[in-house]
Every structure is written in C-alpha cells, then in structure tokens.
Ligand binder design. Structure first.
Ligand SMILES: NC(=O)c1ccc[n+]([C@@H]2O[C@H](COP(=O)([O-])OP(=O)(O)OC[C@H]3O[C@@H](n4cnc5c(N)ncnc54)[C@H](O)[C@@H]3O)[C@@H](O)[C@H]2O)c1
Length: 339
C-alpha cells in the first residue's frame, strides 16, 4: 500500500513515516521544511530511505503536479502553534485550511483515502473552563468526546482545523472521498522539539534535564493547575496503522484521540515526574497573566476509539517520560540547537 504523509518532516508526520516504513508500507513525505527542525527530521527520513518532496502544499497547482499516487494520504501538514495563529492569521489559514483543500484535491485526483490529524482545540475555550470547574469541584469525569459542542470562539488555529474538518466532510459528500478524522489532544515523544506554545511536555523535560530555571507556570495565577491528557507518539502511530488496516470497515468517522484520564496531569504533576526522572529540581517562576487563548482543562474521552478499534494508549506517563528522556540524552548534541 502506498502512503503520502503531508507534513512528514514535522514531529507527528516524521514519526508516522518511520513507523509505517517499518511495517513495510511504501511511504513518501511532502513537506516544505518550514520548521527549523524539519531538516533534522529530513535526515532521519533519508536514513530510512523515505523520500521527501519539498512542496508548499498550500499551492494546490504545485501539489497536484506530484506524480506519486497513494492509496491513503495522512494529512499532518499544519501550522499548529496556538498563540501565533492570531498574530499571522493568513499564514495559519494558508498552512491549515488551504493546505487541506490541496490535499483533498489530490485525493480526488488520485482516488485516495484521507486520514486527517485534527486537534482538541476545535472545542470552544469557554467549554474548557466549564469542564475544569466540574472536574475540580465535583470530581466528575465530564470529558471531551465527539458529541461535545463545537460552536464558540476557539482560537484561529482551532477554527482553521475545524474548517478543514468541515471541508473534508463536504468532499466526502460531493466526491465520495473517504476519510477518518483524529481529534488529538497533547502529543509528545521523541523528535519533538518543544516550545512554550507547541510541545510543552518535551520543553518541560528538556529544561529539567538542563537545570534551566527559565520556566514559567503561565496564567491561572501561576499555580500550575491547568490539566491535560498526554498521548505518546508511538501509541498514536499504532492507532493510525490500525486505521489503515481497517479502513474499508471503519470510515467516514471522527475520533477523539488522547492519553485519556489515566494519562492526565496538571503542570505541577508534570514537574514532579520531571524532577524524579532527571533528579533535578528547578525554581519555576509564575506568570500570572492568562492568555485569552489558553485553556485550563482538556481530557479526552476514549470511549468511541476504544469501541471501534479496541485501542487504548499503552504508554503511561512515567514510562513515556523516561523514553523521551533517553532520546534526549542519547541525541543530546544533535538536538540541542533545536530546543
Ligand atoms: N503535536 C501535538 O501535540 C498535536 C496535538 C494535536 C494535533 N496535532 C496535529 O498534528 C499535526 C502535526 O503536528 P506537529 O506537531 O507534527 O507539527 P509540526 O509543526 O512539527 O509539523 C508540521 C509540518 O508541516 C510542514 N508544513 C507546514 N505548512 C506546510 C506547507 N504549506 N507545505 C508543506 N509543508 C508544510 C512543516 O514544515 C512541518 O514539518 C497537525 O495537523 C496538528 O494540528 C498535533
């Protein structure tokens, strides 16, 4: 089976490429190497004999000239930084929504299926506050699932990804392009070069490893109480391979995909795990100002994805963090410039 991974030199895309290649799929990547670390991931793909086509996917005509035809396109091309999405709206919409449009046109031309990497940020910001209050006050597990409300401001990033989801459904209706949508929460693992607004977990661990005190509990009075679930990349790759193998049976569905309640933690808890495994303790500062784009709570309900694929994340927080730490130590000099 032939597969195109768009954004294949990014964190998620490069890991999916490597995983699927290992399972003997014929995989190529399409990525314009817009991230500083994309070139490092490109080397990794080259070492695995995976070709990357350097194309700006938002340029539909150029993308349609790609002669490689696939059975499935896995769309990981995006500009996933939340805060900067309101600073450069045109760039965000271009790399997210317009790129999805190009991907859909390519799928239409080649008669291929589509697996789309969406985000938990398609849910409105206000609903995260509601669920946070319920979670802490009543200890009630009111998690995010596929049926939750999607109406309301959610960030430009969330908007552009939701618009992509909607466009995919239009192409399914009008042109019979079969799809799967995975709405992912926070993902982490090796080959993620964390920044404050993208890849927080790997950043947190990297700072601990380096005894770098330049770290903040941002917003919500600087208490570090905001809570997320965490999915490790290998578990996501396993799900994607299940989705590919079962595509004819399970298609045109949207799934919430994340670490789930067992793999959820607030920032203080993340700090404790980092302290334990690195044996370093930082003086984490407080930044009291809460961004209008931040959310206090996100935990995924895994009910639907478990029912359809019998899939649950296998990697728990402690084990996932230790894998990440091993990768950091082993590749220290190579990866240092990219953090
Ligand atoms: N990392 C996470 O925690 C997370 C969480 C939820 C959803 N997602 C989704 O997963 C997908 C991948 O995220 P990631 O963390 O790997 O991001 P990333 O920034 O590491 O990778 C994105 C890749 O897309 C490429 N790209 C961007 N615009 C392009 C364009 N116009 N043409 C060609 N290539 C282009 C970039 O060069 C980069 O290599 C995104 O769709 C994102 O919304 C990620």
């Amino acid at each position: 089976m032939k597969i195109i991974v768009t954004g294949g030199c990014g964190f998620v895309g490069s890991n999916i490429c490597a995983f699927l290649k290992n399972l003997s799929f014929k995989v190529v990547s399409v990525d314009n190497l817009s991230k500083t670390y994309s070139k490092l991931n490109l080397k990794r793909l080259n070492n695995l004999n995976i070709k990357n086509y350097n194309i700006d996917i938002s340029n539909k005509d150029k993308f349609l000239k790609l002669s490689f035809k696939s059975d499935i396109i896995i769309d990981c091309c995006a500009d996933p930084a939340v805060e900067s999405s309101r600073k450069d709206i045109s760039k965000n919409i271009s790399n997210n929504l317009i790129s999805t449009f190009s991907v859909l046109e390519k799928a239409k031309k080649d008669n291929s299926k589509l697996i789309f990497l969406s985000t938990s940020r398609i849910y409105p910001i206000k609903d995260s506050y509601k669920k946070f209050n319920i979670f802490y006050k009543k200890k009630n597990k009111d998690l995010f699932d596929e049926s939750c409300n999607i109406i309301g401001p959610k960030t430009i990033y969330g908007f552009s990804k939701l618009a992509s989801e909607m466009l995919i459904k239009e192409y399914n209706y009008a042109f019979k392009i079969d799809y799967l949508i995975n709405r992912c929460g926070l993902i982490t693992g090796p080959w993620q070069f964390g920044k404050v607004e993208q890849g927080l977990v790997s950043l947190w661990l990297w700072k601990h490893l380096n005894k770098d005190n330049n770290l903040y509990y941002k917003g919500y009075n600087g208490l570090g109480n905001q809570i997320r679930d965490i999915l490790f990349i290998n578990d996501l790759c396993e799900l994607i391979s299940l989705q590919i193998r079962n595509f004819n049976r399970i298609k045109n569905q949207t799934f919430c995909v994340g670490g789930g309640i067992k793999n959820s933690a607030n920032l203080n808890e993340l700090t404790r795990i980092c302290e334990k495994i690195t044996k370093n303790k930082l003086k984490i500062k407080r930044d009291l100002q809460t961004s209008i784009y931040d959310i206090p709570f996100y935990i995924t309900s895994l009910k639907k994805v478990k029912k359809y694929y019998n899939w649950m994340p296998k990697t728990n927080l402690r084990f996932g963090f230790s894998i990440l730490l091993e990768w950091m130590k082993k590749n220290y000099t190579l990866i240092k410039p990219h953090f």
